[in-house]
Structures are given as C-alpha cells and as structure tokens.
Design a protein around this ligand. Structure first.
Ligand code: NDP
Length: 283
C-alpha cells in the first residue's frame, strides 16, 4: 500500500482585497472531484509584499497561483516567461510553475473565447466591446488571436478607450474603431458579438442599467456579460427577451478556471462541478 502523505500541492490567489474572490470554491470542488490532494488558498497580499509573496511560492513549492486586483500587471517583473497572450495584454492572471521557472499566462480572455466557441466561431466576426479595462483587454486580444475581424470599443473614458484601441492596432491584425460612450449606445447592424466588459451590474448594484438601446439587440447576435455575480444580470435578461444567444459571466469564470486547473495539474476538471459550486455560494 501507498505510504501515508500529509503533504498537499498548493495553489492560491493573491489579491487585495481578496476575501470576496470565489475562485477557491470552484477550484477546490474540482480538486475533490478529480481525486487530487491539492489546495487553493485565498491570500491577501499587499502591493508592497508582492515580490516576497512570489519568491515565497518558489521557496514553498507552490504549483501555481492566480493574480487579481491590483497585481495583474505588477507581477510580470517577477516572472521568468510569459505566454503570447499575456505578453500582448501586458497582464497576467495565472502563473504556472515549470521546474524552477514561473510562467505568466492570462486565462480571462481564453475562458471567454472557450465559452463563445460553444455557440459561435470567433473567426471573421464583428465584435462590440463595452468597456476598456482589464477584462475588455484580455477578451479583445484573445478574440483577435481567435480570428475576430473587427472590434468596436465603446468606453466612457476616452483615455482607457483609446489605449485599448491602440493596443489592438499595435498587437493584432484586426480592424478597430473607438466610440466615446456618452449616452444610450445603438449596437450597429451586422454585429455578431456584443460583450459587456464593464463592471456595471456587479453585486450589489444589480439593477444598474448599461446605457444601451436594447431595441438594437437582434436575435442573430450573441450577447455576453462578464459579470459573474449575479449571473442573470439585467443585460442577460434583456438579451434573452430579445431572442439573442446569451452567455453569462459565470461561464467565463468557470472556463478560465478550467484552463488554469489544466495548466497546473495536467488534468481536465469537470466544469459542471465547478459551476454548481459557484451557483451554490452565489445563492
Ligand atoms: P476595470 O476597472 O479594469 O475596468 C472597468 C471598465 O468598466 C472600464 O472600462 C470602465 O470605464 C467601465 N465602467 C465602470 N463603471 C461604468 C459606468 N458606470 N458606466 C460606464 N462604464 C463603466 O475592471 P475589470 O476590467 O478588471 O473588470 C470588469 C468586470 O469584469 C468586473 O465586474 C469583474 O467582475 C468582471 N470580470 C469577470 C471575469 C469572469 O471570469 N467572469 C474575469 C475578469 C473580470 P472607464 O474607463 O470610463 O472608467
């Protein structure tokens, strides 16, 4: 019989604030389901302690870790290598330990594209992205790598909107246009995918309205929301009523977790177990 072992493989998320990050629930459910003696720790790390925390992962043999606000950009200087997508985005949300090296990856956009592929092929598509922050950036780069043809970036602040527009121009071959978001936006006819990548609708502001003319949503469009909590956002409900194909933010969250899990363990987790674990904590 196997010798007893009390040592578990460790993964984690570093953030500040981090207490409300639900990733542990879905990853540990997937570890248990896969029969892996692994743990996923939710760790509060201040910006001034990030370097020490990353070298601590090497000292203690962590298998990998996630980064959330405010560490996704700052962590890069402490890593040995980056994936193509992480390099283009300039942001890392997932680190994988490979021998003595720490490799930076970004699974946010990959999780989104995996969700989208279940309903539609990104190749050649016209994409409207509402928002231009970290989530928008990850989704845009990954959609461009997946062959999307054209992006319309709609953002409230011109500064962030123009930064993302320039990034798409510099790093991808896709066409891109910036729209300064001042009042209710009309989705142009011919749009294949509409993505809310703003934080509008996130708990507790669940009734907040995205400035959008919902009459411009048509049944031939895919409408996706990045907000994981609650999954049935106002946009998700309105797009469903308009007959659109709808993707909620829980799917994206689960899929980015699936990718990180696979990169760390080499094993494919059960996404249904992960989604059920999140649905339970989100009530
Ligand atoms: P950022 O702070 O980087 O960006 C926020 C974006 O939302 C900006 O473009 C900002 O515009 C816009 N915005 C915020 N409030 C408003 C408003 N009232 N009106 C118009 N625009 C607004 O955040 P992130 O990109 O990191 O995260 C955005 C959301 O994505 C979060 O809610 C997060 O939970 C979710 N997310 C979900 C993931 C998932 O797996 N499902 C993964 C990652 C993130 P401006 O530039 O004008 O400020």
């Amino acid at each position: 019989s196997e010798p007893l072992s009390f040592k578990q493989e460790i993964t984690a998320v570093f953030g500040q604030p981090v207490a409300e990050n639900p990733t542990q629930v879905m990853i540990e459910a997937a570890f248990a389901d896969a029969g892996l003696a692994w743990r996923y720790l939710t760790l509060e790390v201040a910006p001034s302690d990030l370097a020490a925390a990353v070298s601590g992962t090497k000292a203690m043999g962590f298998r990998g870790f996630n980064l959330t606000i405010p560490h996704k950009v700052e962590v890069i200087q402490h890593l040995d290598r980056l994936s193509e997508a992480a390099e283009k985005m300039g942001a890392v949300n997932c680190v994988i330990r490979d021998g003595d090296e720490l490799i930076g990856e970004n699974t946010d956009g990959k999780g989104f594209v995996e969700s989208l592929r279940e309903v539609s092929d990104p190749q050649g598509q016209n994409v409207v992205i509402l928002g231009a922050g970290g989530a928008a950036r990850a989704i845009a780069i990954e959609m461009a790598l997946a062959g999307a043809a054209k992006f319309t970036i709609v953002n409230r602040s011109t500064e962030r909107g123009e930064q993302l527009t320039e990034l798409i121009k510099a790093k991808t071959g896709a066409a891109v246009e910036f729209v300064h978001w001042t009042d209710d936006y009309d989705i142009p006819a011919g749009t294949h995918v509409v993505i809310n990548a703003t934080s509008i609708g996130l708990f507790p502001d669940v009734d907040a309205r995205i400035p959008l003319n919902t009459d411009s949503l048509t049944a031939d469009m895919v409408v996706a929301d990045v907000i994981p909590n609650p999954p049935a956002t106002r946009l998700v409900r309105e797009a469903t009523a308009a007959g659109c194909t709808v993707l909620d933010g829980l799917g994206m969250l689960v899929n980015q977790g699936v990718i990180g899990f696979r990169l760390w363990t080499g094993v494919a987790p059960n996404p249904a177990v992960m989604r059920a674990a999140l649905e339970e904590v989100f009530g």
